[in-house]
Design a protein around this ligand. Structure first.
Ligand code: GAL
Length: 443
């Protein structure tokens, strides 16, 4: 008889998926990403977000039904700033009403909402004033956040101010393919400072309006490892990247001190402005010191040779990295929510295995009584993947973009069983990913 066991999660664990406004709503024509998509050469194959998953047209209803019917008890979504404040002087109350209806829709389906206030996109009017390079941006952000929280406070108490500030800065200001397409370290730092200030201002505003609020960010944690552990320069550059990419932002909103590359700033207003640690984890990089690297930062990154890669080679399946990320995040002494984790996999060959292996690592952490409160899989349905357009399929459900048809992938049923039983069992692994059974449930 093969060993049979069940890995249980704590009572009240949040099980959901994560989405973001621009990636699922469609017809977002008033933000910087819309402009970016319309510039030739910016998005792979010239793809556009277009109708996306047509949530603004109402298809959130059917997708929330799918999520609820498959046992999810929570959902992370984002509010599109450019819809709420189409111009600096105007608030769109109808847009706010629509979001209220969506979030009520989660309640009616017994799902807890986690609301992100900024997920990569900026209103065109802000973009034209320099976006987050502009010192006024934190102030604008605070006003918008106060407006949204006032409108949604009866339904939402879990808030993410800014999604992946580290990726936003890397993407837009260090050559990562996001608007405004700059590559300048000093500007990157300036933007980071303003994002920290914006987060801090938003944190205070939310708590002023809502006493029960729990506020955090969603940090993209990359598991960086030296490619040649015996070579000191590899270790040095790995630590440098870890500090700049992973640690800088959480440190700043804990101690009020921002350390990024050679830059330093004191931001006292940001001290202790985080109630939970939101962690997004996707993959690990092996880092080599390389003075000739084209990145301009003296390093090259590659995936571990033995790790399997996702469809387009965008991610490597390294489940231990999520455990490492949790162990690191735990030092902040806050409850942790895994705000994103997932893989692009159109045929759903890798996803069941990726999901099981990552949740097994989360379970290990939970078992030490680390305060992990929930897991949000990226994503519910295939959606517009930024500069990679529609080439990457992260959904539990597939999307046929031309027809809006949803396609149920096997991972839907796997995740449903996990959510419904609040556990991962040997028997599930045997059915959905028999190839890793012996590894996960050793005799
Ligand atoms: C994250 C981002 C999401 C989604 C995901 C998969 O960095 O927050 O919006 O695109 O990656 O690529």
């Amino acid at each position: 008889m093969p060993p049979s066991a069940t890995y249980y999660f704590p009572t009240g664990f949040l099980w959901g998926t994560a989405t973001s406004s621009h990636q699922v709503e469609g017809n977002n024509t008033n933000n910087n990403w819309y402009q970016w998509e319309n510039e030739p050469g910016r998005i792979l194959h010239g793809h556009r977000s277009g109708l996306a998953c047509d949530w603004w047209g109402g298809r959130w209803r059917e997708d929330f039904d799918r999520a609820a019917e498959t046992g999810q008890n929570a959902h992370r979504l984002s509010i599109e700033w450019s819809r709420i404040q189409p111009t600096p002087e105007r608030w769109d109350e109808d847009a706010l009403d629509y979001y209220r209806e969506m979030i009520r829709g989660l309640y009616q389906r017994n799902m807890t909402p986690l609301v992100t206030l900024h997920h990569f996109t900026d209103p065109i009017w802000l973009y034209e004033q320099g976006g987050w390079e502009n010192e006024e941006a934190p102030h604008y952000f605070e006003r918008y956040v106060a407006k949204v929280v006032e409108a949604l406070k009866d339904y939402v108490s879990l808030w993410v101010t800014i999604n992946e500030p580290n990726v936003y800065v890397y993407g837009g200001y260090l050559g990562g393919g996001f608007p405004p397409g700059k590559n300048d370290l000093r500007t990157a730092f300036q933007v980071l400072v303003n994002l920290v200030k914006g987060h801090a201002a938003a944190y205070q505003a939310i708590h002023r309006i809502q006493k029960t609020a729990r506020v955090g960010i969603a940090l993209n944690y990359r598991s960086f490892r030296p490619a040649r552990p015996w070579f000191p320069l590899d270790t040095w550059i790995t630590n440098f990247l870890h500090q700049g990419f992973n640690a800088a932002f959480p440190e700043a909103i804990t101690h009020g001190k921002l350390r990024f590359a050679t830059f330093r700033a004191e931001i006292p207003a940001a001290v202790k402005t985080q109630d939970f640690f939101g962690l997004n984890y996707y993959s690990r990089d092996l880092i080599s010191f390389n003075p000739f690297s084209k990145t301009g930062f003296f390093y090259t990154a590659r995936y571990p040779q033995e790790a399997e890669l996702s469809d387009t080679g965008f991610l490597a399946n390294v489940p231990e990295g999520i455990y490492e990320g949790l162990a690191w995040a735990k030092r902040y002494g806050l409850p942790i929510i895994i705000t994103e984790n997932g893989v692009e996999d159109a045929d759903d060959d890798l996803r069941p295995r990726y999901l099981i292996q990552h949740l097994h690592q989360v379970w290990r952490a939970v078992n030490f009584n680390w305060q992990i409160k929930g897991y949000f899989h990226w994503s519910l349905v295939d959606n517009f993947e930024w500069e990679r357009g529609w080439t990457q399929r992260f959904g539990l459900w597939g999307l046929e973009v031309e027809t809006q048809r949803r396609i149920r992938r096997p991972s839907v049923d796997l995740y449903a069983e996990i959510c419904k039983t609040n556990s991962l069992s040997a028997e599930m692994v045997q059915r959905f990913a028999p190839e890793i059974y012996a590894k996960l449930f050793p005799e």
